[in-house]
Design a protein around this ligand. Sequence first.
Ligand SMILES: Cc1cc2nc3c(=O)[nH]c(=O)nc-3n(C[C@H](O)[C@H](O)[C@H](O)COP(=O)(O)OP(=O)(O)OC[C@H]3O[C@@H](n4cnc5c(N)ncnc54)[C@H](O)[C@@H]3O)c2cc1C
Length: 353
Amino acid sequence: MEHYDIIITGGGGAGLSLINQLCESPLKNKKILLIDKEDKDVNDRTWCFWEASDGPFNDIVFHSWDELSFHSKDYSTDFNIAPYRYKMIRGIDFYQYVQHKIAAQPNISVLKAKVENVGSENNKALVSAAGKVFSADWCFNSILFRPIDKKQTNYLDQHFKGWIIKTEQPTFNPGAATLMDFRVPQDGESRFLYVLPFDQHRALVEVAIFSNNLLSSAAYDKILTQYIAKQITSEAYTVEHEEFGIIPMTDFPFSRSDDRVIHFGTAGGDTKASTGYTFWRIQQYTQKVVALMAKEGHPYIKENTFQKRFKLYDSTMLKVLVKDRLAGDDLFTYLFKKNPCLLYTSPSPRDRG
Ligand SMILES: Cc1cc2nc3c(=O)[nH]c(=O)nc-3n(C[C@H](O)[C@H](O)[C@H](O)COP(=O)(O)OP(=O)(O)OC[C@H]3O[C@@H](n4cnc5c(N)ncnc54)[C@H](O)[C@@H]3O)c2cc1C
């Protein structure tokens, strides 16, 4: 049986972030096997997140904004999030960035295969893939093997479709993004658009819905088309790229570890239940776990009181949405109105011309 120090199952956002951290740590010469069923050579997603300073992927940030706006039927605000910036990384840039690092490390092997199973036995992790069983001191797993129990927990799909559009006329302010715009028919769900401009002619326009009813592709397209016509431009534009995704928003009690197998990423509960944001949390987790492994030789991080408290807040907010105690547009409007961080809002970038 081939043995590794570390096997990483799933080489997407979490798996490659872990490799990136390992490459920058005292553990960089460990014998590592990364297994994924895909080549990760397509731009299948864009990641957005807040950061106040430089992060591990600063070199590949595609665009960032510090002027953001929020809109709902009866409330609009523009605000400046400095010293934070809302940053966007394209999936393909991220995959290639880490793949280059892997290519420079002969101790890291990559296997393209479907992982059938992960488990622990006699103080070793066992991973079945490509008709073989591999063993390791530790397996970091980001594949969701155990289905999320949607009935026993608060659960919503965050389903979204986005277009990168190119306009003929200069249309966008690349310094200002729309974070949430609820000014679309809600149909009893939480529906909002966001607009992330890259330059005067190009922006990612995306519709996101928190509900358990996926729409047809044409239905998302209709919402996008109507929103663009009403809020962005009546001029001609072309769609250069499309993305679609579903993020589970849940307070399901994900298990972080099963003995020698450590779960992380979406499969380890790193998705924020109330918003679906995951990328930054993956960076926090992988930084911490690699530091702990280097210092103490094990990856068991204890959840602190602060994390437990925020899990409770996320779960409460999700429950309000799931049980429909308050409509999503009203809930987010309330939060934006009450947030003391937004009291010091800057003049609207549009007002400033
Ligand atoms: C389109 C999209 C946009 C998103 N945008 C944002 C965003 O802006 N900000 C944010 O914070 N979060 C965002 N998310 C949520 C989250 O950050 C991503 O889902 C992120 O990719 C999660 O990382 P992960 O490693 O857990 O999952 P993934 O990145 O999906 O990685 C899992 C990997 O496991 C592999 N795999 C699965 N099953 C097997 C198997 N049996 N055998 C072998 N390999 C397998 C897959 O090929 C994949 O590479 C987005 C999600 C999607 C889908």
